[in-house]
Design a protein around this ligand. Structure first.
Ligand code: ATP
Length: 229
């Protein structure tokens, strides 16, 4: 039995499992593909919150071009005032590679046993899963929601076929329990990438409408991604 509210009733949050989404990324910079996908999934899945978790030193990627603090600040600008989207800076506070399994273990330890965790992965990130540290343990802590991307290849790698056959369900709203299953979610296709944004900025072009205005203002104010950096 949870705490009693001032009126003497058990609060809904004490009895209903929470539904928490997690979207990791370099966010170098964060853009409308990330944000629109996050918001659509949060609404469609009726999440209590969706945590955007910027990676500190991505194990599988080149070093991001701008500082971790700038990437974090841009994500914070981007979600300001959007109640469901929150920034989780914990991977930037670690002094070691940001493995997703570590983050999920930490988050899981903070939640109730029946709270539901949903790890959001774009299709490209999902296909790279077999290269991740302890990737086969991820589903012990969360469900995986795969976001379709317009630039996606159609076939998953061989290493994921058995996993998909055993764990995927067709309806993401049918995912039950704290974790263990995979579902695909459709979102408004937005063929935008951080690579494209960095290239546009490096060549002196505008990225207006590809990132929120607040992120654009931050990029301009700090001279990020321009050719002289
Ligand atoms: P880069 O171009 O630098 O590789 P990116 O745009 O792919 O970056 P990341 O920070 O690597 O962005 O992405 C974080 C997560 O968001 C990944 O799971 C990725 O698949 C997903 N994602 C990125 N862009 C989109 C998009 N346009 N639509 C759907 N998902 C996306």
């Amino acid at each position: 039995m949870g705490d009693l509210s001032p009126a003497g009733n058990v609060r809904a949050s004490d009895v209903l499992p929470r539904r928490i989404g997690v979207l990791g990324g370099t966010f170098d910079p964060v853009h409308i593909g990330h944000l629109r996908g996050a918001l659509e999934v949060a609404e469609m899945m009726a999440l209590d919150e969706l945590r955007l978790t910027p990676n500190a030193r991505p194990p599988h990627r080149d070093t991001p071009q701008v500082s971790a603090l700038d990437r974090l600040a841009m994500v914070e600008c981007a979600v300001a005032g959007v109640a469901t989207l929150v920034v989780d800076p914990r991977e930037l506070q670690r002094d070691k590679p940001s493995y997703t399994i570590d983050t999920l273990e930490l988050m899981r330890a903070e939640l109730a046993a029946d709270d539901q965790l949903f790890l959001l992965l774009g299709w490209d990130a999902f296909c790279g899963l077999p290269m991740w540290h302890r990737w086969e343990e991820l589903l012990q802590h969360c469900h995986i929601l795969v976001l379709q991307r317009p630039d996606a290849d159609s076939e998953p790698p061989d290493a994921l076929r058995n996993l998909l056959a055993a764990r995927s369900v067709s309806d993401p709203l049918a995912l039950k329990g704290p974790g263990g299953q995979i579902a695909f979610v459709w979102q408004t296709p937005l063929a935008v990438s951080a690579t494209q944004i960095r290239q546009l900025l490096a060549s002196g072009k505008s990225v207006r409408y590809l990132v929120p205005d607040a992120v654009l203002a931050y990029i301009d104010a700090h001279g990020l991604y321009r050719a002289s950096n």
